[in-house]
Write a new protein. Structure first.
Length: 212
């Protein structure tokens, strides 16, 4: 009976149970792909202590992108609700159950907005991005020409032991996040969502610097 209930209520992979590894990205990628990344990229994704990155972002949202951003903002999901240029701060810190990425934006007219997500290693070695309100992405990770790439495979709504799949049409679309090292302690962060009906709903491009 318990196994049947688990199968109904738990549609996604379980999170890693135990001390949260700070090398979750390295474990999910595997040694060969991990070592093919530039040293600075590996350092940024092996977090033992809190670190802050500062930079600027440029965001584009179509009509549906704005709709999803404002709706998901109520849940703390990682979509900026405004387009245009923004000063941004990214605070990365290890947590009990993963690595926290808190992004703080200051956009047009001084509007401020903050989002936070936690990257967690799943039991099967894949990566989960867990946002406020239970919105969760199961991610695939690749390395292409030294660029670290995260792509969403599935979306879930999670509450404790319950995990319910969300149809792609009810999300901003398939996500792709790229981290490209630019040298000199700088990197480019790009985020896109492509919806099967509404096209590119969200596009964000940012340049950040390592702390000095």
């Amino acid at each position: 009976m318990r196994q049947t209930l688990d199968a109904i209520l738990w549609a996604g992979p379980r999170a890693f149970d135990g001390a949260a590894p700070c090398d979750a990205i390295a474990r999910a990628l595997g040694a060969r792909r991990w070592l093919s990344l530039p040293e600075d990229v590996r350092r940024r994704f092996t977090t033992h202590a809190p670190v802050t990155y500062r930079g600027t972002t440029q965001t584009r949202l179509n009509v549906m992108g704005r709709f999803f951003a404002w709706c998901l903002a109520l849940l703390g999901a990682p979509l900026p609700p405004f387009a245009g240029r923004a000063d941004a701060v990214v605070e990365v810190s290890p947590e009990r159950d993963g690595v926290s990425w808190a992004r703080r934006y200051r956009g047009p007219f001084g509007l401020a907005f903050a989002v936070r997500s936690i990257k967690r290693l799943a039991e099967d070695g894949r990566l989960l991005e867990c946002c406020g309100g239970g919105w969760t992405m199961l991610l695939d990770i690749e390395v292409e020409d030294g660029t670290l790439i995260f792509r969403s495979r599935r979306f879930f709504w999670r509450l404790g032991p319950i995990s319910i799949p969300i149809a792609l049409a009810l999300t901003p679309g398939e996500a792709e996040i790229r981290h490209e090292d630019l040298g000199g302690g700088r990197f480019r962060f790009t985020l896109t969502f492509d919806h099967p009906w509404f096209g590119r709903t969200v596009e964000q491009d940012g340049i950040f610097e390592d702390p000095r």
